[in-house]
Design a protein around this ligand. Sequence first.
Ligand SMILES: Nc1ncnc2c1ncn2[C@@H]1O[C@H](COP(=O)(O)OP(=O)(O)OP(=O)(O)O)[C@@H](O)[C@H]1O
Ligand SMILES: CC(C)(CO)[C@@H](O)C(=O)[O-]
Ligand code: BAL
Length: 276
Amino acid sequence: MDVVRTVADLRAALPQKGVGFVPTMGYLHRGHLALVARARQENPFVAVSIFVNPLQFGPGEDYHRYPRDLDRDRALLEEAGVDLLFAPSVEEMYPAGFSTRVSVEGPLAALWEGAVRPGHFQGVATVVARLFLLVAPTRAYFGEKDYQQLLVIRKMARDLGFPVEVLGVPTVREADGLALSSRNVYLSPETRAKANVLYRALSAMREAALGGGSVAEALRAGEGVLWEVPEFQKDYLALVHPETLLPLSDWVPGARGLVAGRFPGVRLIDNLEVHP
Ligand SMILES: Nc1ncnc2c1ncn2[C@@H]1O[C@H](COP(=O)(O)OP(=O)(O)OP(=O)(O)O)[C@@H](O)[C@H]1O
Ligand SMILES: CC(C)(CO)[C@@H](O)C(=O)[O-]
Ligand code: BAL
């Protein structure tokens, strides 16, 4: 596997076509490796980026303490058969004077994560647009764990006409249901034991839906689970349309449950298809 740090070296190392691309912020886990495995299966050449993107973090957020371990990540990617790792510096991605932003307007990016983290999706869309232009992938892979991010990026790529297929990969979970996330390392052992409350709330909503309950009943079932864990400070729990992310009053096929909130020192998000 080649490792490149500059845009010039990246351009020199890339083939003209057939690139499968997995953008990440590093500190890799089995969730990232599932994206890499899928890219490996479907493309002759696989490129991964590791870049902790300052533009997508708000002022009080964890940009500076976000976990980083490039040597370990590099070994994992080598083992997974990746062809090229792009690990640029902040100055390489945003040279002095860089002032362009890419922004998806409307509820898709303004609701949920967009409301709790103002500017977040503008930072994500800006870096992903720049990465797509640099890497020119045929296919790009994103985790369903960040479901709203997947939809925002897909919309950005369609609106701007990037010739890339944006593909979602199912969420990889721990045995107790907790979605794998780089931020799980912030959890204390006591909090870790309760951190599957997000998945349990989503599962309770799904059970209510499968049992014939209404949207309101399913939401109450999810809220009931969250109430059992007062350390979890909810940002939102919602049942939404799987494409528009607008809140539902009645079921639609593929209805999605979304949940996010904070344990002391760590913010977690999760989602699940609730209605078949
Ligand atoms: N558990 C998971 N299953 C599948 N994909 C995942 C999982 N966790 C992250 N991903 C995907 O990996 C890609 C890179 O994500 P990122 O590097 O931000 O990791 P993360 O674990 O989501 O970290 P964070 O703590 O920032 O949420 C994204 O497309 C993300 O959706
Ligand atoms: C897509 C992404 C790599 C953009 O920085 C990031 O938001 C992530 O890791 O999910
Ligand atoms: N995985 C989403 C990136 C972020 O939380 O900033």
